[in-house]
Design a protein. Structure first.
Length: 270
């Protein structure tokens, strides 16, 4: 007998990732779409979340959080930090698990997520692709091997609509490198340069941000030495990779106890 499907609600259902997620859930035989949320101002309220695919799901997009979460095992949330936190508070109360893809949280907001995770399972990752999470492990190895004589710069590029910078992925890459080198990213990060900057301080980790067109998400970590340089890059060519990673996370989370998890837990990379 096959196991019952994981019932998944989607927040930000009319967004770029929201739509990718709805399509992925509808195409996954072991998952079931149980609800779709959007903001009270959304023109999509009351419409079928599958309508953009020319399909019918039997559901309607709602701004009523409790209605949208009814029957859900897991909420997948790719919205904005304030939206995710509001959704998470209700999910913690109802025992609905949450996959968080949203980026741009500050330290205080991350602490709030940690305290909600004491009540329900939360999986949070700034990048749900398998590739980026493998790259984070490669960066740890590279940074340790190149700890002397190499300047480290992180370059990321995204589409014109992205509202946070640097990307959550770039910051996670910076954290991976800083941790490997025993540095504190809060004090060694340099976010962009302008004017007479002076020579580069070798203990810094630099970040550069590009925004334009429809770039889905490119990240490069540059280790620049004398006479050679190494670039470790990841380029996403479809948001489907983030959606598939999110479904893996939802399947994983459905069987977990309360706590805060990341993609290493989902992918068994610890
Ligand atoms: N972890 C990962 O792998 C990835 C993470 N992301 C992150 O996901 C987030 C969303 O990206 P993307 O889909 O491109 O963004 P979009 O702007 O396309 O979609 C965001 C959705 O969230 C809704 N929303 C905005 N603010 C709120 C709020 N306060 N409460 C509830 N809903 C809200 C929007 O509604 P409306 O349109 O009405 O404002 C929209 O439906 C970003 O933080 C991005 O960095 C993106 C891709 C991959
Ligand atoms: O906003 C996006 O689009 C993306 N955001 C994530 C981030 O901030 O790292 C991940 C991905 O690169 C796409």
């Amino acid at each position: 007998m096959s196991a019952s499907p994981v019932k998944i609600a989607i927040a930000g259902s009319s967004g770029r990732m929201g739509r990718m997620l709805i399509e992925a859930v509808l195409n996954a035989p072991d998952c079931q779409l149980s609800g779709a949320l959007d903001q009270p101002s959304s023109p999509a309220l009351g419409s079928d979340p599958a309508a953009f695919l020319g399909k019918s799901s039997g559901l309607t997009i709602t701004a009523d959080l409790r209605q949208g979460l009814a029957g859900a095992d897991v909420l997948i949330d790719f919205t904005r930090p304030e939206g995710t936190l509001a959704h998470l508070a209700v999910c913690a109360e109802l025992g609905v698990k949450v996959v968080i893809g949203t980026t741009g949280f500050d330290a205080q907001q991350k602490a709030q997520i940690g305290s909600h995770a004491a009540r329900t399972g939360v999986m949070m990752a700034p990048n749900m692709s398998v590739g980026v999470n493998v790259v984070l492990g490669l960066l740890d190895r590279a940074a340790r091997a190149l700890s002397e004589g190499f300047d480290i710069e992180i370059i990321e590029a995204h589409h014109r609509h992205k509202v946070d910078a640097p990307s959550g992925t770039a910051l996670a890459m910076g954290e991976a490198v800083a941790q490997a080198l025993g540095r504190d990213l809060k004090t060694c990060a340099v976010y962009g340069r302008e004017g007479v900057t002076g020579e580069r301080d070798p203990s810094t980790i630099g970040f550069a941000t590009v925004r334009g067109g429809d770039i889905i998400g490119d990240h490069t970590v540059l280790f620049a030495g004398i006479g050679e340089r190494i670039e470790i890059s990841h380029k996403a060519s479809s948001r489907a990779t983030f959606a598939q990673g999110s479904l893996r996370a939802a399947r994983f989370l459905a069987t977990q106890a309360p706590g805060l998890y990341d993609m290493n837990d989902v992918l068994g990379l610890r």
